[in-house]
Design a protein around this ligand. Structure first.
Ligand SMILES: Nc1ncnc2c1ncn2[C@@H]1O[C@H](COP(=O)(O)OP(=O)(O)OP(=O)(O)O)[C@@H](O)[C@H]1O
Length: 227
């Protein structure tokens, strides 16, 4: 479902004399449907960079980076938007809060945008918000004023609302209490069971061992720096 072949990337620091910093070289691996792989490696190895490349936030210098049939390394912006709408979900650590939109609509939005009927989308959103222990009284309010933990859980609910065939998870259990952590582990296991291909960064090693089928150590793709 997700296939990387010889993917490389460098950053050009325009404000520092155009210095070019290679950060990724020859990244090659794939993720099958129903499989979860964990990106590991030292701090600075390039885990977040790789996730952002797969999501199309960072340009890929060379190689192929396929999600389904789409080569993200070469796709036009419009194709990437369609991919994000239908195929590739991303649960980041923080919610990008849209002012004045009710929490229920924030969570239902990914479903509404792929044409799911309003009632069905709201039922799914209610179910997720209940499972993630967001009090009923908050559902009609914008999450703007919610606590950090509540915003994180709203973000997770939104990320799991649509059954994306491929999912990127950036520290999905970070700073959750044990009950909510368990719920998120359950959501990941359900996504795997329905056939989602998942790539995650899990600093929580227990979570990683439980849900990941394999680890891919990104340090092997970090270019060697010549001293
Ligand atoms: N926007 C950017 N501009 C320039 N360099 C960057 C940029 N983003 C990341 N880097 C560099 O790319 C390398 C990889 O960073 P990245 O954040 O992907 O590592 P990581 O493995 O996710 O680390 P951590 O576990 O600490 O989050 C680092 O050397 C970092 O300085």
């Amino acid at each position: 479902m997700i296939r990387l072949e010889n993917v490389s990337k460098s950053f050009t620091l325009h404000n520092q004399g155009g210095a070019v910093i290679p950060v990724m070289e020859g990244a090659t691996f794939d993720v099958a449907r129903g499989e979860c792989i964990a990106l590991t490696g030292n701090s600075g190895a390039g885990k977040s960079t790789l996730m952002r490349m797969i999501y199309g936030n960072y340009l890929t210098a060379s190689g192929t980076l396929k999600v389904g049939d789409v080569d993200v390394a070469r796709a036009a912006p419009r194709e990437i938007l369609t991919l994000r709408q239908h195929t590739l979900g991303y649960v980041s650590q923080f919610l990008r809060v849209v002012p004045r939109v009710a929490t229920l609509d924030v969570v239902a939005d990914p479903l509404l945008s792929v044409g799911v009927a309003r009632d069905e989308a709201h039922d799914r959103a209610r179910d997720l918000l209940s499972r993630l222990n967001i009090p009923h009284t908050l559902w009609s309010l914008s999450p703007t004023t919610f606590s950090g933990g509540e915003q994180q859980r709203v973000n997770i609910a939104r990320g799991f609302a649509h059954d994306f065939p491929a999912l990127l998870l950036d520290e999905p259990t970070a700073s959750l209490d044990p009950t909510n952590r368990e719920t998120v582990m359950g959501l990941i296991e359900e996504a795997k069971a329905r056939g989602a291909a998942i790539i995650g960064i899990f600093h929580d090693s227990e979570a990683r061992m439980r849900v990941a089928d394999r680890e891919v150590n990104v340090s092997q793709f970090t270019p060697r720096r010549v001293a």
